[in-house]
Design a protein around this ligand. Structure first.
Ligand SMILES: C[S@@+](CC[C@H](N)C(=O)[O-])C[C@H]1O[C@@H](n2cnc3c(N)ncnc32)[C@H](O)[C@@H]1O
Length: 234
């Protein structure tokens, strides 16, 4: 598994994802969820945004937060370790999800921003692990890029933030790759304060597909929650 995230992990929370439509819909659905005592799995927990969404909306549920990228996991661990309630409820796991032996039952699965990093073989391995663990009606929440075919993306603004004396301006570009791949490059320009300017470029691979493709792969029903988010029901 490639680690696309550690080189730019320090910037991850400068991209305005928190409280976006996908997260608000996730929180709304989680508030109505009864996981029947089973843990909730957060695949690709990143720096903790989705883990926190679960913890704040599903009282007392146990959370398995899977995050293989060391720098992302460090931020996640920092969030969990400083909060006694999270430290009691959240288990942080460092392996890629498809290499884990998971508990027999799962109350729900969150896969926000991660499934496109898995090719079809890895996703099929994942479905073989997950589907027998989900009770009837248990949801898999997904957030995908709104790109269902490889294509060239025009340069898009990604972030514009000021932290102390430094400003962080980022853009995103996309180039079609082989098969279903789009290569995404983020470029971060950091400047200001008593330090020289920096430009950091980071490229990751995303396999393009949509909710309907996931429905076919899994045999589950789907419902769209926002432009990028949806839910699959076992
Ligand atoms: C875009 S981030 C999403 C973070 C968080 N879920 C959110 O929405 O803010 C995707 C994360 O998935 C992780 N990831 C990539 N491949 C993975 C795999 N096979 N198993 C588990 N996590 C993976 C990456 O390391 C990265 O931190």
């Amino acid at each position: 598994m490639s680690d696309y995230y550690s080189p730019v992990a320090e910037f991850y929370d400068l991209v305005a994802r928190a409280h976006g439509e996908g997260e608000l819909k996730l929180r709304e659905r989680l508030r109505a969820l009864d996981p029947a005592g089973a843990p909730i799995l957060d695949i690709g927990a990143g720096t903790g945004r989705t883990t926190l969404a679960v913890a704040e909306t599903v009282p007392d549920v146990e959370i398995l937060a899977v995050e293989p990228a060391p720098a992302m996991r460090a931020v996640l661990m920092h969030m969990v370790a400083r909060d006694p309630d999270l430290a009691r409820r959240v288990t942080v796991l460092a392996e890629p999800v498809e290499d884990l032996t998971l508990p027999e039952r799962l109350g729900a699965v969150i896969a926000y921003g991660v499934l496109g990093h898995l090719d079809l073989d890895a996703r099929q391995k994942l479905w073989r692990i997950l589907l027998p663990r989900l009770s009837r009606g248990a949801p898999i929440f997904v957030e995908l890029l709104p790109i269902e075919k490889p294509m060239r993306l025009p340069t898009l603004p990604l972030a514009n933030a000021t932290i102390g004396r430094r400003s962080y301006i980022a853009t995103l570009d996309g180039e079609p790759g082989e098969g279903d791949i789009i290569r995404l490059t983020s470029t971060w320009v950091v400047s200001g304060g008593p330090s020289s300017g920096q430009t950091i470029r980071n490229t990751s691979i995303w396999h393009t597909f949509g909710l309907d493709d996931l429905a076919q792969e899994t045999g589950l029903r789907t419902e769209r929650l926002s432009q990028q988010a949806g839910v699959l029901y076992a």
